[in-house]
Design a protein around this ligand. Structure first.
Ligand SMILES: Cc1cc2nc3c(=O)[nH]c(=O)nc-3n(C[C@H](O)[C@H](O)[C@H](O)COP(=O)(O)OP(=O)(O)OC[C@H]3O[C@@H](n4cnc5c(N)ncnc54)[C@H](O)[C@@H]3O)c2cc1C
Length: 262
C-alpha cells in the first residue's frame, strides 16, 4: 500500500561558519581517530567531529574489548595504541589483544590533543557542503544549533558513510548480493561473578553452551567471559608481570574458554 508522506518546506536561512580547517574528520571511531591523528601529525589543521562524548566508536561505546589480531600483526596507529595500552597494563596480548575500553577512550583523547587536533563532541555532522562538485565542508547540528564547517578535505568515518551517501557517492549497505547485514549483538559487563563456577556450569551443559567456533583465533589466554581488565589482573600476582609487550600472563579470570550461548 502506497502511503503518501507528508512534507514541509524547511525555511531557507543563513547559518554561522563555526570553524575552518584543513581536514575535517566526521566520526571519532577507530577509523576517524586514525585519520585525525595522521592528518594532524603532518601539520594539517585538523578538526574531528563526533556525535557522542567519547572517541573510539564501537570499540569503546559498544564495549568491544578485543582486537581480533595478535599485537605483532599490527602496524601503524593500531600498533602504537596497542603498545601504549600494554605498557600501562590496560591490555594483554595473546593470539588477540584484550583491552579495557575505558582506558582506550582516555588514551585516544590524549593522543589526539597531543598531536594538535581540535575536537568537537556531542555534535552531529548533518550534511555535506558541496561546491563545484566537491565536498567543501559540512553542516553540523548541536546544542549550539545549526552551523557550518569549511574544510579543504573532508574524511567520512561515520561508520555508515553518512556524508558520502548524502553527497551522492556510490555506497553499499550490507552484503552486496542482497544488502543483508550481520545480526546485531549486545556487549555488556557483569561484576561480582564467580568465574570458576560459571565456567563449570557451562561445561556441564554442552547442550546449552559450546566453545566459540572462532576460538581458534582466541586460543589459550583469551576469553569473552571475564571481569574488567583493571580489577581482574591488577589484583592478582600477575600484576607484576604486566606492562610487558611480549605478552602478559593472564590471571585465571582472564583464562581460556570462550563460550557462546547456543
Ligand atoms: C557489538 C560489536 C562488537 C564488535 N566486536 C569486535 C571485536 O571484538 N573485535 C574487533 O576487532 N572488532 C569488533 N567489532 C567491529 C569494530 O568495532 C568496527 O569494525 C570498528 O569500530 C569500525 O570502526 P569505524 O571507525 O569505521 O566505525 P565506528 O566504530 O562505527 O565509528 C563511527 C563513529 O562515528 C560517529 N558518527 C556516526 N555518524 C555520525 C555523524 N553523522 N556525525 C558525527 N559522528 C558520527 C559514531 O558515534 C562513532 O563514534 C565489533 C562491532 C560491534 C558493533
Amino acid at each position: 500500500m502506497n502511503q503518501e508522506v507528508k512534507v514541509v518546506a524547511e525555511p531557507r536561512r543563513e547559518i554561522p561558519v563555526a570553524a575552518e580547517c584543513d581536514v575535517l574528520v566526521a566520526g571519532g571511531g577507530p577509523a576517524g581517530f586514525g585519520a585525525a591523528l595522521a592528518a594532524s601529525r603532518t601539520g594539517a589543521d585538523t578538526l574531528l567531529i563526533e556525535r557522542n562524548g567519547v572517541l573510539g566508536g564501537a570499540s569503546t561505546s559498544v564495549l568491544m574489548n578485543a582486537w581480533n589480531c595478535p599485537a605483532e600483526g599490527m602496524t601503524g596507529v593500531a600498533k602504537e595504541v596497542t603498545g601504549k595500552l600494554l605498557e600501562t597494563g590496560d591490555a594483554f596480548a595473546g593470539p588477540l589483544v584484550n583491552f579495557d575500553p575505558e582506558a582506550l577512550l582516555d588514551l585516544e583523547m590524549e593522543m589526539l590533543l597531543a598531536a594538535g587536533a581540535r575536537l568537537l563532541l556531542y555534535t552531529w555532522v548533518a550534511e555535506p557542503l558541496i561546491e563545484a562538485g566537491r565536498v567543501r565542508g559540512a553542516i553540523i547540528q548541536s546544542k549550539s544549533g545549526r552551523q557550518a564547517i569549511l574544510a579543504k578535505t573532508v574524511v567520512d568515518t561515520t561508520g555508515d558513510a553518512d556524508l558520502a551517501f548524502a553527497a551522492g557517492c556510490p555506497t553499499v549497505k550490507g552484503r552486496e548480493e542482497d544488502n543483508k547485514m550481520r545480526p546485531v549483538n549486545t556487549m555488556f559487563r557483569m561484576a561480582g561473578i564467580d568465574i570458576e563456577q560459571l565456567l563449570a556450569y557451562c561445561r556441564e551443559r554442552p547442550d546449552q553452551y559450546q566453545q566459540d567456533p572462532s576460538s581458534h583465533m582466541a586460543g589459550a589466554g583469551a576469553t569473552v567471559i571475564r571481569p574488567a581488565t583493571r580489577t581482574c589482573c591488577a589484583s592478582s600476582a600477575v600484576a607484576s608481570s604486566r606492562g610487558s609487550s611480549s605478552g602478559v600472563t593472564p590471571c585465571f579470570d582472564c583464562s581460556p574458554l570462550t563460550l557462546t550461548s547456543r
